[in-house]
Design a binder for this molecule. Structure first.
Ligand code: 13P
Length: 253
């Protein structure tokens, strides 16, 4: 893979049914073909259906979570192998909603990421601080702890994505300042560099998520160490997501 190609990921969370795929064609027809990677993370129930549509080559699919083992008596769970089988190339792990609501720890995130890599999925590992830590100037130490435990050398793969998503910025219409985002991204980059070396640093993409919209996207996507975006609300409608894709495209120039 070309080093650190920009990537935009639409996380639909628990939204979307077959009937909502009617305008997805519009997205497929209009997205730029080459320059950026586009990923959609629909609910698992729609992966197979989306895969069957005529998806452009640079549009890939992602799961939103996976179990840490391959198969077995785990009612209600979905394994990395199953996501792969349904058409996913990526899987989001350690999203703050899973860390907060389902009490997922960084240790569990690491086990899930190892299983994902074993099954040929690229992990999108989310990190981010709660409001209190942000206000107490503890952002970097929180991120460092999460990275230390969530990552190991077996998880480092050429496509690995780390998503910085401040918990307080998700769905709140608030974001850190561009300077603050850049500071955290360059901190993550240094962490990768010190632990895993130059090749990993050149290939691991560090993306930002949390209230990205058409008004703030260009500024955020143009930051030196921001390799893309993880988009929630603004990825649900094809027209809104397309607008952000075009903004990312423009940020390349
Ligand atoms: P919003 O873009 O809706 O703030 O969600 C961000 C997010 O959680 C993506 O994973």
């Amino acid at each position: 893979m070309e080093a650190r190609r920009k990537i935009i990921i639409g996380n639909w969370k628990m939204n979307g049914r077959s009937k909502d795929l009617v305008d997805i064609d519009l997205l497929f027809k209009k997205i730029p073909q080459q320059e950026i990677d586009i990923v959609i993370a629909p609910p698992a129930t729609l992966l197979y259906e989306l895969k069957g549509l005529n998806t452009p080559k640079n549009l890939l699919l992602s799961g939103q979570n996976c179990h840490q083992v391959e198969s077995g008596a785990y009612t209600g769970e979905i394994s990395a192998a199953m996501l792969k089988d349904a058409g996913a190339n990526y899987v989001i792990l350690g999203h703050s909603e899973r860390r907060t609501v389902y009490k997922e720890t960084s240790t569990l995130v690491r086990l899930k990421a190892l299983e994902a890599v074993k099954q040929g999925l690229t992990p999108i590992i989310c990190v981010g601080e709660h409001l209190k830590s942000y206000e107490n100037n503890q952002t970097l130490s929180v991120i460092e702890r999460q990275l230390k435990v969530s990552l190991n050398s077996k998880i480092i793969c050429d496509n690995l994505v780390i998503a910085y998503e401040p918990v307080w910025a998700i769905g709140s219409n608030k974001t850190p300042s561009p300077e603050e985002i850049e500071k955290v991204h360059s901190f993550i980059k240094n962490h990768i560099s010190e632990r895993f070396g130059e090749h990993a640093t050149n290939h691991c993409r560090i993306i930002y998520g949390g209230s990205v919209n058409k008004n703030n996207a260009l500024k955020i996507f143009s930051l030196i160490n921001v390799d893309g975006g993880l988009i929630g609300g603004a990825s649900l409608k094809a027209t809104d997501f397309l607008e952000l894709i075009m903004i990312m495209q423009n940020s390349l120039n």
